[in-house]
Design a protein around this ligand. Structure first.
Ligand SMILES: C[S@@+](CC[C@H](N)C(=O)[O-])C[C@H]1O[C@@H](n2cnc3c(N)ncnc32)[C@H](O)[C@@H]1O
Length: 211
């Protein structure tokens, strides 16, 4: 999964989009955190990256707010679906561990559940890459699963792939942010919605690059 993060999602992209692309809109807390990020970035304007955008879940909100959005995902199939849903947005197939974007070039980066396959040991490198692209004073929003053991799904949606969801520790993420020159603004942890089948709590971390 780590060497080719998009390959498994190419196989389940249609099923994933049908199941998850609208789920955000039924989750007021998650939505509110995304709206805070939009408000913070929108004050200044500039390009916003949705890294690991999948079928364009968070991208929909960023686009509605008229932000200048670039969506990036390692899965070409996810990008195909995102382009169908949001034809006016600049979507690109790419690996967020190494993006061809200049230093200090984007006003905001949103990673909406896209670190779920990044090994904890690789987090500092990925976060340093996000920090490199952010403008001084730019904002980063990370949404990820937390406070639960990792989860391996064999044959999700009945498809012949295995996906392991890595749950990250907010302290570890905060340390990586600090080392990359990003100051943590706020950490929100929403308790898992057991009725909806969530098996982990949900963390939303907002951080800002030093000015
Ligand atoms: C759980 S899905 C989340 C998708 C979307 N953000 C959402 O909330 O529905 C994880 C996504 O991250 C993408 N991804 C994982 N690692 C990546 C990487 N290194 N570079 C680019 N995309 C990556 C996967 O291809 C997948 O589409």
């Amino acid at each position: 999964m780590f060497d080719s993060p998009g390959a498994a999602y190419d196989i389940i992209a249609d099923d994933y989009a049908a199941r998850f692309s609208d789920e955000l809109f039924g989750r007021p807390v998650d939505l509110a955190l995304l709206e805070v990020f939009i408000a913070l970035v929108g004050r200044r304007g500039g390009t916003v990256l949705d890294v690991g955008c999948g079928p364009g879940t968070a991208t929909t909100m960023l686009a509605k707010a008229a932000l200048d959005v670039i969506g990036v995902d390692a899965s070409a199939e996810m990008i195909r679906i995102a382009e169908e849903r949001l034809p006016d947005i600049d979507f690109r197939v790419g690996d967020f561990r190494e993006l061809d974007l200049a230093d200090d070039s984007v006003a905001g980066i949103c990673s909406w559940y896209s670190l779920v396959h990044t090994e904890p040991a690789a987090l500092p490198g990925v976060i340093a890459e996000f920090a490199r692209m952010l403008l001084p004073g730019g904002w980063l929003l990370l949404a990820f699963q937390t406070e639960a053991p990792d989860l391996t799904l064999a044959e999700p949606f009945g498809k012949p792939v295995t996906l392991t969801y890595l749950r990250h520790d907010t302290d570890r993420v905060s340390r990586a942010l600090g080392k990359a020159g990003l100051a943590v603004d706020s950490i929100t942890v929403r308790q898992r919605d057991i009725d909806a089948g969530e098996t982990a709590n949900q963390a939303f971390v907002l951080a800002r690059k030093a000015r």
